[in-house]
Design a protein. Sequence first.
Length: 358
Amino acid sequence: MHKTAPQVLSLISKYAEFLPVTLDTPIVSLGEGNTPLVEASSLPKKLGFPNLRLYFKLEGLNPTGSFKDRGMTLAISKAVEENASAVICASTGNTSASAAAFATKAGLDCFVLLPHGHVALGKVAQAIHYGARLVQIKGNFDRALQLVKEIGDKCPVTIVNSINPYRLEGQKTAAFEVIEALGEAPDYLCIPVGNAGNISAYRRGFKLFHEIGRVTSAPKMHGFEAEGSAAIVQGKPIENPETIATAIRIGNPASWKEAEAAAVDSGGKIDSVTDEEILDAYKLLGSSEGIFCEPSSAASVAGLIKHLKAGLIQADASAVCVLTGNGLKDPETPQKVNKVDLSPVEANLDALRKVMGI
Ligand code: F0G
């Protein structure tokens, strides 16, 4: 029997009127976007702010497990439209996973440069699995991005880092979805900041929907760098950035100026959070809300808590925390940060009841 193919609405078709595409743009889609906005249950009360209306944008539910897919569907579609044969990116892991998957889907070669020893296991696994040409360099992300720019200048490869103009255009669709889910703009958006592209993209999306009258306000943008990599907060590039949140271990953010403008123009702020604050928020999300995001993503919640306590975020407002990546990418961290005894017990009822205490 003949069956028609299921109609999956790609992000690009859904928001085509707001994106730099034409009817001739070949759409490369893996079913990205349309991620859930989930309301917090116990966290506001637990934190001592019971009147806060708090939502999580679960970007880890994208096809490769992070928000990068929103920008990559557009960057790769445009690369195909422009007859590219290969793409390249530097990455702390998620961009490479996304680039590799979408490039493969489109039949393009994909080269990825990773900072050796500082990429979560699952992300390396993804790049390998999707067939990318993976090179680990003896240097950090900032150095990898410099090299990618040099290669892009000299060789016929398309750069798909967020310096590619299509990336942030695709990523701004997340702001549209937040507005559509809430029926209005939230008062605050809290978001991790690494290379500073995503905060810039959200600001573009919120600003656009405000300007065309879909909503009557735009959220204050509160972005959070990791303290050991807080170039924007310190006002100077960090030569040797460090943080447990490897996805945002970046010392010279590419979208620095646009991110700063996003915070200032919206009435928000870019601040930093310590590794301890990030891990506390990471654990809280698992134990209070049933959410497994990656450590870097929890910087948004760590920052929210910091700014609630400092009075920089109103206690009775609405706030969205962007949880940028899926916790399964980094399966080693929960065992490192929680005290759990995993030694096996005898396989009988008595032994079991004893350890269970029931
Ligand atoms: N959260 C996660 C999980 C990320 O992977 C990144 C960036 C960010 C937050 C920060 O977003 O760079 O737009 O400010 N990851 C990039 C990568 C750098 O290579 O995957 P940003």
